[in-house]
Design a protein around this ligand. Structure first.
Ligand SMILES: Cc1cc2nc3c(=O)[nH]c(=O)nc-3n(C[C@H](O)[C@H](O)[C@H](O)COP(=O)(O)OP(=O)(O)OC[C@H]3O[C@@H](n4cnc5c(N)ncnc54)[C@H](O)[C@@H]3O)c2cc1C
Length: 414
């Protein structure tokens, strides 16, 4: 009997993971992307590489509504907005801010934790026996604070993490310096989480997974999807007019997924929450572990041949060109963390996090079109949860019941 066929749209971490899980399940899989997996225009290319099992607190919390207006005018704040984009952002921004109430934040944290807690197991299971496994590192992760008082002030975050078993050890200034003599004097307290994973080259990781998928018979079609048709034999139309048909279609197009979901009559609220990185090559020293610089909202990750500082949030839409202010700000704050850091050269990058107003991904089938499935919306933890939501999508495609309540992630919840 001929294998059932499936088209996977999008070759970022989610789509490549899904393609490989589906291939292992016996599907005849074709991945479709206008780029090649590992390309700089994917969010999956330039993220901070963290397998963020401790990131269970959504961005929208009760204090955000109070702080956001002043943050937008503060030149040192990690939040950027292109004002002319505000009218387009409002239908997403209003529910996003509304979700920042305590009860909703607790519910969201529970649904995030259900996807993040086993991230390294998920990445290991996916990459086992492939060259991608070489890019997974294990160690400790340190949230850096200016003072213990700053750590204590995050009552809600600390309480939510503790509820999910994420209780850090504390490091005072002397202990921080014992571990990392290069830290500048501004940072005096650390919260350390053990048994933490990160990826030492996110783009090469994707390329390795994709290379393995192809070497095992997985298919790839290079092209831009401009339409999706539901039905018993669903189909995609590419920009050059070619039509691809299969038994099922899985949409994994990151921040662009909302536009494609519209073709199915779905109104998915998805925003490009833009972030930036600076990769510093051949540094004179490296970090002993990844850090989150909690007051400036960027991470520093030791990667292959470089140190990467990545983070901040900018709202400017999918298509606006990158801004210069976010990377200038990261550079300025990086000097406070590592005043003596030197390197031979740097690259800067902008990526689009696929973010929903409730900080939860979209996972499931299309109402009235069960042959079309969805897996996207990983926001700040899309690398962390990519392989897991891809595996859940593969379960759904096979008709298996995944061992998780999918109600919070439904495609028609918006
Ligand atoms: C600065 C920054 C730091 C981050 N750090 C972390 C981190 O440390 N840990 C973490 O877990 N997450 C992190 N993230 C988030 C993470 O990178 C994203 O959530 C994740 O990469 C999204 O993956 P994806 O596969 O859904 O989308 P993408 O990687 O963006 O891939 C989507 C793909 O779909 C394709 N596509 C879209 N539309 C079409 C179309 N019409 N036709 C054909 N192809 C199409 C695109 O070409 C693209 O290849 C960070 C993000 C940023 C910006």
């Amino acid at each position: 009997m001929q294998a059932k066929s499936i088209l996977v749209i999008g070759g970022g971490i989610t789509g490549v993971s899904a393609a490989e899980w589906l291939r292992r399940d016996g599907w005849q899989v074709t991945l479709v992307d206008r780029l090649h997996p590992g390309d700089p225009d994917q969010a999956s290319f330039g993220n901070a590489g963290l397998l963020a099992r401790t990131s269970v607190v959504p961005v929208s919390v009760p204090s955000l509504l109070r702080k956001a207006p002043s943050m937008l005018f503060d030149p040192n704040s990690p939040l950027f907005l292109r004002w002319q984009y505000l009218p387009q952002l409002l239908p997403w921004l209003v529910p996003f801010l509304r979700n920042g109430n305590i009860d909703k934040v607790k519910q969201i944290a529970k649904s995030l934790a259900a996807l993040t807690y086993d991230t390294t197991d998920q990445h290991r299971a996916l990459s086992k026996g492939t060259p991608a496994s070489d890019f997974i590192r294990m160690g400790e992760f340190v949230n850096l604070y200016r003072s213990k008082a700053d750590f204590d002030a995050d009552h809600l975050g600390n309480a939510i993490r503790a509820k999910h078993g994420l209780v850090p050890e504390h490091l005072d200034r002397r202990q921080l310096i014992d571990r990392d003599q290069h830290l500048g004097p501004s940072y005096n307290f650390g919260a350390v989480f053990k048994d933490y994973g990160w990826i030492t080259s996110p783009s090469n990781y994707i390329k390795a997974l994709f290379g393995y998928f192809q070497s095992q018979g997985g298919g790839f079609t290079h092209g831009e999807v401009v339409d999706i048709c539901a039905g018993e034999n669903p189909s995609l139309t590419l920009a050059d007019g070619e039509i691809l048909k299969a038994d099922k279609i899985l949409l994994c197009a990151g921040a662009w997924s909302g536009k494609l979901a519209k073709k199915l009559g779905l109104s998915v609220k998805l925003e490009a929450e833009r972030g930036y990185h600076i990769s510093m090559y051949n540094p004179n020293f490296t970090a002993p572990n990844p850090y989150m610089i909690t007051d400036r909202k960027f991470a520093i990750t030791p990667m292959d041949g470089m140190l990467r500082a990545a983070g901040v949030v900018e709202f400017a839409g999918l298509d606006a060109p990158p801004s210069t202010a976010p990377t200038a700000l990261i550079k300025k704050h990086l000097k406070k963390v590592y005043p003596t850091l030197e390197f031979t050269h740097e690259t800067v990058w902008m990526g689009r996090r696929p973010s929903t107003p409730d900080s939860l991904p979209v996972i499931g089938t299309t109402p009235n079109a069960p042959n079309i499935l969805h897996a996207y919306g990983g926001q700040h933890v899309g690398l962390t949860i990519g392989p897991k939501i891809a595996r859940i999508a593969a379960d759904l495609a096979a008709g298996r019941s995944p061992n998780i309540d999918l109600e919070p992630y439904r495609v028609d919840r918006f």
